[in-house]
Ligand binder design. Structure first.
Ligand SMILES: Nc1ncnc2c1ncn2[C@@H]1O[C@H](COP(=O)(O)OP(=O)(O)O)[C@@H](O)[C@H]1O
Ligand SMILES: [Mg+2]
Length: 267
């Protein structure tokens, strides 16, 4: 408690999340299709090759309690990787992450759901993964089902669900488990217009009650409406941190330039 060496594990006061020099590199191995020449020299065996993707490069930022952080950036910028790393699903390749509180681990619309199980069984699993007791989750299952509008389908295996049903349930589970830290990855792209409105309202409520709120979205309007702070990632690099107005404006400028110029590649 008083020893200096323990300071690493003592939560930083007033901070929900602290990310220091975070890098995440994916390594995937694949069998290279043999060319005619090396097929002969290697007797037809495929060649093992390793592909590395630096999805996050030396990213540092703090998230004070009470922050609703918007995360924007092009496809492949590293936004979902950052969410997975914060949720503890993906270990950092370098750097460190400190998370103070219970995080809602249901991210990119149903990661963690088992399609062979029913919606109801997945609600239970999702709730347990969020750190609730079985009794607590069971008590909430009806509310989760109703919010997702899945009363008739909740006992059917999730492999029979449409992608809209799947993502509505994922969203509903995530928002009903009282997380200290709520993370929503691209939720607004899920569901029809009615569900989007309902989802936006629910997120507004949760932003008030949660200690911190992370929203990954391509909708700059949603980021401005729901967040009080924002970051912009590009090709794994933290480009900017600021108010949602500043960051969305800078990103919008950048995207307009990038479409017609080579500048995008230089950055
Ligand atoms: N499981 C994975 N294995 C290998 N590469 C991955 C994996 N997931 C993402 N990537 C790569 O990492 C980079 C960042 O991806 P991601 O975090 O999904 O970006 P975003 O959510 O901003 O679109 C991309 O180049 C993507 O192709
Ligand atoms: Mg993503």
């Amino acid at each position: 408690m008083s020893s200096l060496s323990a300071s690493e594990s003592v939560p930083t006061k007033g901070l929900s999340v602290k990310v220091e020099n975070l890098s995440v590199t994916y390594r995937t191995t694949f069998e290279r299709v043999p060319t005619f020449k090396n097929a002969i020299t290697r007797f037809g065996r495929g060649q093992r090759a390793v592909r590395e993707v630096e999805a996050l490069k030396n990213v540092t930022f703090d998230v004070p309690d009470g922050t609703a952080l918007g995360i924007i950036g092009n496809n492949g910028a590293g936004k979902s990787t950052l969410m997975r790393a914060l949720a503890g699903i993906l270990p950092p390749t370098e750097g460190r992450i400190e998370v103070n509180g219970r995080i809602s681990p249901l991210l990119s619309l149903g990661v963690g759901f088992n399609p062979m199980l029913s919606g109801r069984e997945n609600i239970i699993l999702g709730g347990l993964a969020s750190g609730l007791s079985r009794a607590q989750v069971v008590a909430r299952a009806e509310e989760v089902t109703a919010f997702a509008g899945l009363e008739e389908f909740i006992d059917a295996p999730m492999r029979t669900y449409s992608s809209g049903m799947y993502s509505r349930l994922a969203f509903s589970v995530a928002v009903h488990m009282d997380p200290d830290i709520l993370m929503i990855d691209e939720a607004l792209s899920a569901g029809d217009a009615t569900f989007k409105t309902k989802a936006a309202e629910k997120m507004g409520e949760l932003r008030e009650s949660a200690r911190a709120f992370f929203l990954v979205s391509h909708s700059l309007a949603s980021i401005k409406q729901l967040c009080n702070d924002a970051i912009w990632l590009h090709k794994g690099t933290l480009m900017m941190r600021g108010t949602p107005e500043e960051v969305t404006a800078a990103y919008a400028d950048f995207v307009n330039v990038g479409e017609s110029a080579v500048i995008l590649e230089d950055l």
